[in-house]
Structures are given as C-alpha cells and as structure tokens.
Design a protein around this ligand. Structure first.
Ligand SMILES: [Zn+2]
Length: 627
C-alpha cells in the first residue's frame, strides 16, 4: 500500500499533479524518495510549468521536515530554492534576463560576471552563531546543531579572504566514501544524510560514517568555483559546468550559476521561491548504450506488472549494469525494446538506471497475457499492464512481507515461506498467527522447521517491539515508520480509529494530504488491524511525556468554547493525564468540557450521546488542578 500509484503526467489533473509533487518532495526531503530526481524535474515539474507557469506551487520554497520537533530557527535572510535550467536554451534565456537588468542599470554587457559553483546533492543547511539549521520552509528551519556533537565535520570556506565555516551550505558525504562503504545498503548518499541528520538514534552505519568524519557540512564558499562572462555562458554553459563538476569530490546534480555584480543582484531581486540572479544548471547523468537480452515481468503491490529490461552487462559510472527499468508496458510496446534492441540508458545517482531512448529497435516485445505472480489474466489499462486477479498473489505476498520486515522481530518469514503460505490459501495475518506446527507440516515444511516457524510467531508477540513499528507494519499509505512514531507520540494505537484529519494536521510533520488520507485508510483497515493488535503484542510505547494516572486516563474528552486558560495547554495537560483528546463529540466521548459562549445545541447533542458536560472550573476540580 505504500507504493504510490503514478499516472503519466499529461493524464493528471493539475490538482493531482501538485499533490504528487508535494508528496514526492516531502518524501525526498525526509530521505525516502518515491520518484527519482530526473522524473520529478523533467516529467512532473516540467508538466506543471508548461501547463500553468503562474501556478502558486512554483512560487514557494518546498519545506523540508528533517529535524522537525526540535526548536525552530528563524533565518536572518530567507533560504530560497534555486530556479533550474535543464539545457543551453534555458541558460541562454537566463543570460538574456540578466542582460535586460544590466541595460536598466546601464551596465555594459561585457562587465557582467558570473560564478559557477558545483550544486551539491545533499541536505541544505545554514550555520551561524554556533547554530546549524535546516532550510525548513525557507523562513524557519529546524535546529540540527546536535549533529556537530555527534561527529558532523564542519568544513571551512572563505569569504572576502577570511576563513570561516559559517554561511549556507550542504551536508554531504564524499562520493568515494559512499561508494566504498555504503552503496550496498543505501540507494543514494542524500537519502542516507537526511535520514541520519533527523534521526533520534543513529544506525550502526550512521555512527560509523560520523566516526569516520565522512558526514560533512560544506559551506558553498568552500567549494572550488570558476568565473566567466556572458560570452562564455552563451557559447558553452554545459562545458563550463562539466569542468567544475568533474573536480568536485561530493555527489552533485549540476552547477549553480550566480551573477557576481552586486548592483545587478539588487536590480533583479527574488521571488518567494528563488533569487532571480541565480540559476541551477542541472546535469543529465551518465549515459551509455546497452543491448537487450530479455525482459523480466514483475507484479508489484499495486497489481501493476512492470518490465525490467535485462541487458548485456556494461559498466556505467563505476557500476556494473545488467538491469534497466522499462517503466511500464506501454513504453516497452511503443518503443519496440524487445530482444536485440540497443537502448540508451542513464544513471544519475540512483542504483537502477533508466531507459532514455532507443538507438536500434529489436524484435517486438512480448507483453504477457497472464500475471506472472497469480496467473490471472493481465490487461492493458492505458500504459500499464494490470493483473485482473481479484486478490493478486503478488500484492498479498508483498503486504505480508512488508508486515514481517517492518516488525523486525521475527525470522524465517521470508519470501519463500510466505509464498508457500499463500499458495496454501493462508492469505492474511490473522490466519498466519493461528497456524500450529501440524498445519505447517501439512504444507510441506519439515517437522523441525514447522516448530521453529511457530516459535518465531510466538517470539514476535512476546519479544518487546515499539508500537510504531507495529503500526508502520500495516502498510497504511503515507504512514511509514517515521510518521507512525510521530503519531503514536501523541495518540494511542488502540484508539486510532477515532483519529480525525484535524487532529492529525496539528502534529508537526503531517501535511494536508497525509492528514486527509491517513484517517480514511485506518478506518478502512481498522477491523483487520484491531484483530492483529488484539493478538497481544508486547508493545513498547515511546512516550514523549510521562503519563500520570488520573481520573481521566483512557477517557475521551473534547474541549470547546473560550477557556480561561489556553485551550492548547488544557489539551496537552489532559494528554499527560492519559486522556484521548478528540476534536468533536461522538458516541465514544466521555466528557465535553465547555468554556464560555458554547451554543445550547452543542450541549444538547453531547448529552443526547451520553457525554457528560462539565464547565472548565468543574473540570479543573475533577482532575485535581484546583479545589
Ligand atoms: Zn496477479
């Protein structure tokens, strides 16, 4: 369920497009990208720019949420994004805009100077007055200073001849270190960095990287840059950028081109999103041509059957490549990328390279009629080949696998075990947890293995596990481990069926889209979730606060009307006393606490549902805050 359905950009409504961009950006900033940079920029963002160049989405800095929960730091100057150029034409258009501004200032074109700096592909941050902060929403960032104590290396730059490690920069890992030490376990250095900077507890790999001095804050002023003029840029922007990029030891995704003339910067100014005197020339990634030897089809969790192009192994920027994603069946069909075809592929940071185009078509690709996982008929739906099986085996197996992987305290339930279970019609968790050793033996597992499988199921319930892991294991869309943790710091797992969008959006880190969808998905799956929760797992609740037992512990409470104290403080206090604070009365509500100016209808409704209505003063006496 957590794999997003991605529709081709032109088929999306503008709202869908913006929703996808927002979601993809949120995922990217927290280190769990759902689409790669190239697709984000060149397909989805490009589609929005083409369709609605004035769309408000394009005029705001997309927030990052790394370090959310720590204190907020207001940036002395806004930390803006950078507008992008993908090719020479777009750089030329930028140069023309600069020339226009120079004309207005009566600055001769020959006097305009530019600087080219590598654009590091890490996590943007700013260091000043001893505080390191994320970009956040551009105005307010999060304090991530504690990472310096944890081993983050602060490199120096140079400004006006003075060595300093302050200013705007990126937190990155040298490419070589990533390739040597981390590439087997992580898909991209940026994901690794954003993950560890925001993490409360460092993973083993993160601790090691910190100890090795590999995680570094690099101020942009500390990078080797080059200068050029209008003529240079118009002649060969790409070549100039490539030269400076080659000398850089950090992962990067292009170069930043700045205007150096101060009076021109002032003339050109900024939008809410970016400085007009600056542009990022994105690099295209390394390409190569490979020959197709076959196509493997795989059914995913969404029942879409996607092609993997198996190519004669070639080396591309240091990695041996034998598989290339073919995106979707429509693509494979239209491009004739069957056996023997020569295709151009690109690899830009990601481990699995992508198909760029066809150099020489091959035989017609065979599109399968049947789902490779469940053998149900497969049908083309627009560009996608979709399994028509009501309950596709691939989807069920992937969900079960996700549950056990996420729970993380159970062995032996890998793909082959799960495959055997599903083939024997054991298709949900409740059924799996009921299995006895004799049942496993009946499916062909050996006697010893059967006993072990039962012991592992028992272990997964008796061994302590964090409650947020269990929640994330259900695979609710938008509710991964990080968000599950944030959610359960405030609300109880057993009461999540009461969760509303309004409550969710008040928790830092949840956006409008996720706040809208999570309660709906929970409601849809609650019965199945509750059955599993009730199996009696040994759950550890990670408390943000110590709950004090009181008369309102486990009670459902709604606060309404104008209160003497701040309503937010009252809610927080109630939560510390173990209450479930709701935003509106329903039949579960035990108490409605009313301030001033509460309509009679509201009170009537609460009473008709059996809710006890108390005034603020009565409530304070009840919880022992006042006598
Ligand atoms: Zn299927």
């Amino acid at each position: 369920m957590s794999v997003p359905e991605i529709i081709p950009a032109p088929d999306m409504t503008t709202d869908e497009l913006v929703a996808l961009l927002t979601r993809a950006n949120e995922a990217y900033r927290t280190g769990n990208p759902i689409i790669d940079d190239d697709t984000f920029d060149h397909i989805y963002l490009a589609e929005l720019k083409k369709r609605e160049p004035e769309h408000p989405y394009l005029d705001q800095v997309q927030p990052d949420t790394v370090g959310a929960g720590s204190s907020k730091i207001r940036h002395t100057e806004p930390m803006l994004s950078t507008d992008k150029a993908y090719n020479q034409e777009e750089v030329t258009a930028f140069v023309v805009r600069v020339q226009k501004a120079a004309d207005a200032q009566e600055i001769p074109s020959a006097d305009i100077r530019f600087r080219i700096t590598p654009k590091l592909d890490g996590m943007a941050a700013r260091y000043s007055d001893g505080i390191l902060a994320t970009r956040g929403n551009g105005q307010l960032g999060n304090d991530i200073t504690r990472n310096i104590k944890r081993g983050l290396v602060m490199l120096e730059g140079e400004k006006a001849g003075v060595r300093e490690n302050t200013g705007v920069g990126e937190i990155v890992i040298p490419e070589q270190y990533f390739n040597d030490v981390l590439a087997d376990s992580f898909s991209h250095p940026r994901n690794f960095v954003t993950g560890l900077i925001g993490a409360d507890n460092l993973s083993e790999e993160a601790k090691e990287a910190m100890q090795d001095g590999a995680v570094q804050f690099v101020p942009y002023s500390g990078l080797k840059a080059s200068e050029c003029d209008v003529e240079d840029l118009l002649a060969d922007a790409e070549g100039l950028c490539e030269k400076i990029e080659k000398a850089c030891i950090y992962p990067l995704d292009g170069s930043v081109i700045d205007v150096l003339n101060l009076e021109l910067r002032i003339e050109m100014g900024a939008t809410n999103h970016h400085h007009n005197w600056q542009i990022a020339k994105k690099s295209k990634g390394v390409t190569a041509v490979a020959e197709i030897e076959g196509i493997t089809w795989r059914t995913g969790r969404t029942r879409r059957i996607t092609p993997v192009l198996n190519v004669k192994t070639i080396n591309l920027s240091g990695a041996d490549i034998s598989n290339v994603t073919g995106h979707n069946a429509g693509n494979v069909k239209n491009l004739n990328v069957g056996v023997g075809a020569h295709i151009e592929i690109v690899r830009s940071g990601e481990v699995i390279p992508k198909l760029l185009g066809v150099v020489k078509p091959g035989k017609d690709a065979d599109i399968p009629d049947l789902c490779p996982a469940c053998k149900a008929p497969a049908k083309m739906e627009k560009d996608f080949l979709v399994c028509q099986g009501e309950t596709c085996v691939a989807q069920i197996e992937a969900q079960l696998q996700h549950f056990f992987n996420t729970l993380g305290n159970i062995d032996l339930f890998g793909p082959s075990t799960i495959n055997t279970l599903v083939e024997n019609d054991i298709r949900d968790l409740a059924a799996i947890y009921k299995l006895q050793a004799s049942d496993f033996e009946g499916m062909g597992f050996g006697p010893k293995q059967s006993t072990n499988l039962v012991a592992q199921l028992e272990r997964s319930r008796s061994e302590e596990v964090e409650d947020w892991r269990l929640l994330a294991a259900f695979g609710i869309h938008h509710l991964g481990k990080g968000d599950a943790k944030k959610l359960l710091a405030v609300y109880k797992l057993e009461a999540l069926d009461q969760l509303t969008s309004e409550q969710l959006i008040e928790i830092p880190g949840f956006g409008e889209i996720t706040a809208e969808s999570i309660p709906k998905s929970i409601a849809l799956h609650w019965l199945a979730m509750k059955t599993i929760i009730d199996l009696g797992f040994n759950l550890r609740k990670e408390e943000k606060f110590d709950v004090t037992e009181s008369v309102i512990t486990d009670q459902f409470i709604v606060f309404t009307g104008a209160m003497q104290s701040s309503r937010d403080d009252m809610k927080a206090a109630a939560q510390r006393l173990g209450a479930n604070v709701q935003s509106a009365v329903n039949k579960k509500t035990n108490y409605l606490v009313i301030g001033e100016k509460v309509g009679a209808k509201k009170i009537e409704k609460a009473e008709s549902l059996g809710t006890k209505v108390v005034t603020e003063a009565e409530y304070l006496v009840m919880i022992g805050a006042e006598s």
